[in-house]
Structure formats: C-alpha cells, structure tokens
Write a protein that binds this ligand. Structure first.
Ligand code: DX5
Ligand code: ZN
Length: 219
C-alpha cells in the first residue's frame, strides 16, 4: 500500500489556517488532519464544524476529521455537511458506535474508528466491516508534539492481521502522534499506511522534504 501523509494542523499557525493547509498541500501532503477537541474527552478545545466549513473553499484536499469528543452522536450531520471527507470517532466515546459509523457512511463519506494507546486492539474488531480506517493513537490524545509510544506498535500489527484474515485488504490503518523520520519506519513495518504528522511537518524548515522523507522511508 502506498503511504498516505495526513498533515495535522494542530501545531500550525492557527491564526492563518487557510494558508497553512495550502502550504501542506503544496508540500505534497495527501490529506489534512483536523483535530476536533471538545474540552471533555480531552482537556483542550480546538475548533468545530464552522471552522471546517470556512476552510473548505481553500482547498480540494481530503479533509480527515478526527473527533475527540465525549459523544459524537449529534455532531455527525454538521461535520459531514461541513466538508469532511473522512470522519473518525473514538471507541472510548460514549455513543452507539455502529449506528454512528453507518450514519457517517450514509453521507457518502468515509468512516473511521480510533483507539487510545491503552485501549486493546480487539476493541475495534467489531467495527472492521463498518469502517474505512482504523486510527491507532500513538500518543495520548490532546496535544501535538508528544513522544511516540512504541508499545502501540503490536496493536497495529494485530489489526492489520485481523483485517487481512477477514479479506479487508483495503482497510486504512492510521497512526497519529509523534510521527517523524525516526518513527515512520516502525509504524509502516507494523502495518500502518496513513501517517498523521503535525509538529514534524509544520515546524520543519523544508516541509516538502519532510513529507518526502515520511513517504519514502521503507518503501
Ligand atoms: C493529538 C492529535 C494529533 C496531533 C499529532 O491529540 O490527535 O493529530 O496533532 O501531532 P504530532 O504530530 O505533533 O504528534
Ligand atoms: Zn489527530
């Protein structure tokens, strides 16, 4: 599988998000990763569907929306209509996951399920047929710029193997947190094909080179 790079704008210049997402696109990022935090599921509040709707005209790039919210049940309609191409909900959120994943797909967009570092891989198994992507958090959610938790690597492999066993060869496995040129190799070897990178891309002096590095390592 080709490696997909999803640029997280969390640690970009948030006062100029439209420009920042074009900068990532011009550097070769495939998707833009939009971290929505509600101040309950995690301690911070970032932005919501209004912001995503405002960003949509700035680029046609894939909008990869990561919902770190306590209960996404009432949010799917507005986030789908805001222009998200993928919406990922957390297994740890309090909701009826199966019906929400179906609702996301009913808008013709892709659905994802995420697990935090301490959540066992098996917890996403009931949803594998209902999702286009599994997000394995490689840091605890809430902040950019944290160190990669290497104990998450076996979970990526467990999920990839289970997907293969079920004939789900198209399943995207995304990793999020602490991804850089030193950690990209290990997550790809473990079975991930979508790499979220925030700090590494937005704080690099040459973003295009940084994107290339993440893509080519181990390819
Ligand atoms: C963390 C977010 C990540 C974060 C990754 O809660 O979900 O998307 O922006 O940032 P880096 O790449 O800096 O670890
Ligand atoms: Zn994220």
């Amino acid at each position: 599988m080709n490696t997909i790079i999803s640029a997280s704008v969390l640690n970009s210049d948030m006062s100029a998000l439209g420009q920042e997402l074009r900068r990532a696109e011009n550097a070769g990022a495939d998707w833009i990763h939009l971290d929505v935090m509600d101040g309950v599921f995690v301690d911070c509040i970032t932005f919501g569907d209004y912001m995503i709707r405002a960003l949509r005209p700035h680029s046609a790039i894939v909008f990869d929306t990561h919902l770190m919210v306590r209960d996404p049940s009432k949010l799917i309609v507005s986030f789908a209509k805001s222009g998200s191409d993928i919406i990922t909900i957390h297994e740890e959120s309090k909701c009826d996951h199966l019906s929400i994943l179906k609702e996301i797909r009913s808008f013709g967009i892709k659905a994802g399920i995420a697990i935090n570092p301490e959540t066992p891989a098996e917890r996403v198994f009931p949803y594998l047929e209902e999702v286009d992507m599994v997000l394995v958090m490689t840091v605890n959610p809430g902040y950019g710029g944290q160190g990669f938790i290497k104990e998450t690597l076996p979970k990526i492999t467990l999920i990839r193997n289970e997907a293969e066993r079920r004939g789900l060869s198209e399943l995207n496995i995304q990793v999020d947190g602490g991804i850089n040129a030193n950690t990209a190799n290990a997550v790809k070897e473990a079975g991930a094909n979508v790499l979220v990178a925030g700090t590494y891309l937005f704080k690099s002096s040459d973003m295009a080179e940084a994107v290339r590095e993440l893509k080519v390592i181990n390819n």
